[in-house]
Design a protein around this ligand. Structure first.
Ligand code: F6P
Length: 475
């Protein structure tokens, strides 16, 4: 029985199968893992098995407890849930990533999608079963009165399900994505929309990364039959209980990040990048290739920069890291193809024998990303919509000589960094091209001054603080 429990789809460790058939554990990164790093005591992390190797590890461990099976999970107690593969696939790919992600990031091409039919109903049932599996595990493992923090859109129903099983618990839910405005949220079937809101409202505290997402959630709750929203107090009364709605921004751990970026593997990659760029100005972007990241419009903006400001030809290189994400989804694979095709077109149009204007890399290499942050003159972060976007914070925190940040106003990070970034409307390619031009022209002194302030803001809310604030809210 644990006093503090964390629940998330992706856990702090994943497995693969080695050539000899043995299981190899790999520690994951991300804000949640760092947030937990400083936490001492009796903490249990409940997550889903994401692959066949994970399922094998979960099955072999006593009751799914990986730490008790002797796996190296970095000192964290981890229970991995062996959810049937078909259920998991429909819950994760079908409902969470193809429906809820699209709703909260406003991604639908509405003349054609969404279409809530028999298949969508089946995905929804799987999502309910998957959320219930988490609620069951948490109910079984939580000590009386324990605190449980449930993470993200994968687990929107778990708080209410857990409340039903264990009314004694103090439950938090945290959304790492934006929340859709009511007009868009209403694309969902009415009963599904109500179920999702009621699910989150099962928590004592519903947390969001920015005021904007928190207030969109309150706006949706205002339309939920039976709910009473108090906007001033930021509370929702529903089903005889009150849920507080909180805002907890998330930044990066500056000291840990700088230490990692000072390692020899990063220096090696920085030297290789410098040689490739050859003294030209460097525009960098680093993304997981998600439809919300707006990589194609970013490339179109670079193309327009080279068209409208030919003085940059031969004097700038754009390095775009577009790492694979959710490759089970056809729309994500197609998006990567479009990114690569667009890059080829740009290189064919402007490239010369001694200048490649655009370099796109799709193989994920973390030390190379850190090296690019250190060297960038301009960092481009232009998502259609984003809960926060930590790239916008990592870049300035690591910059060697100061980088100018071109940032989408639709990223949560704009709330923290907006004063020193060059903000753009992510749909306005021409405006983004002009912002790149301005960023490239920015005098070194101004760039360094702005970057220092960006780095301060980026590191003001480290993951440890974000996580402990969530727990404090449940006191
Ligand atoms: O970036 C938003 C986010 O919801 C994170 O909180 C979460 O870790 C990630 O997306 C989920 O991505 P994946 O599908 O790769 O697990």
């Amino acid at each position: 029985m644990s006093q503090v429990l964390v629940a998330s789809n992706r856990g702090p460790v994943s497995f693969s199968t080695a050539g000899d058939g043995s299981l190899v554990a790999r520690r994951g990164g991300g804000g949640l893992v760092s947030g937990l790093a400083g936490l001492r005591g009796d903490v249990l992390w409940v997550c889903a098995a994401l692959s066949e190797a994970d399922r094998t590890a979960a099955r072999k461990a006593p009751d799914g407890r990986l730490d008790e099976a002797g796996h190296d999970v970095g000192g964290t107690a981890v229970r991995m849930l062996d959810i049937p593969a078909a259920t998991y696939e429909r819950a994760y790919n079908g409902m969470a990533n193809s429906t809820l992600w699209f709703v909260h990031h406003l991604l639908y091409d509405t003349p054609n999608a969404p279409c809530f039919d028999a298949r969508a109903r089946r995905d929804r049932q799987s999502y309910e079963a998957y959320n219930a599996a988490f609620a069951d595990a948490l109910a079984r493992d939580a000590a009386p009165g324990a605190k449980v923090v449930v993470q993200d859109y994968h687990l929107s129903l778990t708080p209410a399900m857990l409340r039903e099983r264990r009314p004694d618990l103090r439950i938090g839910h945290f959304s790492h994505t934006p929340w859709a405005p009511p007009e868009y949220f209403r694309l969902l079937p009415d009963d599904l929309g109500a179920e999702l809101l009621a699910g989150v409202l099962g928590a004592d505290q519903a947390g969001f990364l920015t005021e904007r997402w928190a207030s969109a959630f309150l706006d949706c709750c205002a339309l939920l039959p039976g709910a009473r929203v108090d906007r001033a107090a930021r509370t929702v009364r529903y089903a005889g209980r009150v849920t507080r709605v909180g805002v907890h921004g998330l930044g990066v751990d500056g000291a840990a990040l700088r230490e990692r970026a000072a390692a020899p593997d990063v220096a090696e990659r920085a030297a290789a990048l410098r040689a490739r760029v050859g003294g030209r100005k460097l525009v960098v972007r680093v993304d997981r290739t998600e439809l919300s990241k707006n990589i194609v419009r970013g490339l179109a903006a670079y193309r327009e920069l080279l068209t409208n400001h030919p003085e940059w030809r031969g004097r700038v290189v754009h390095l775009a890291f577009a790492y694979p994400s959710r490759t089970d989804l056809a729309s994500y694979r197609a998006y990567t193809e479009t990114v690569l095709r667009t890059a080829e077109e740009i290189n064919a149009e402007f490239g010369t024998p001694d200048w490649q204007p655009l370099i796109v890399e799709v193989n994920d290499d973390y030390p190379r990303s850190l090296a690019a942050y250190r060297l960038a003159d301009v960092l481009l972060v232009n998502p259609i919509r984003d809960g926060m976007n930590l790239v916008a914070k990592e870049g300035p925190a690591l910059s060697d000589d100061g980088c100018a940040l071109v940032l989408s106003r639709e990223a949560g990070a704009a709330a923290d960094l907006g004063e020193d970034a060059l903000l753009v409307n992510p749909f306005d390619v021409s405006q983004t091209a002009e912002a790149l031009h301005r960023a490239l022209l920015m005098p070194a002194e101004e760039r360094a001054r702005r970057c220092t302030r960006l780095a301060e803001a980026a590191t003001a809310l480290p993951p440890q603080r974000w996580f402990s604030d969530q727990l404090d809210e449940l006191k």
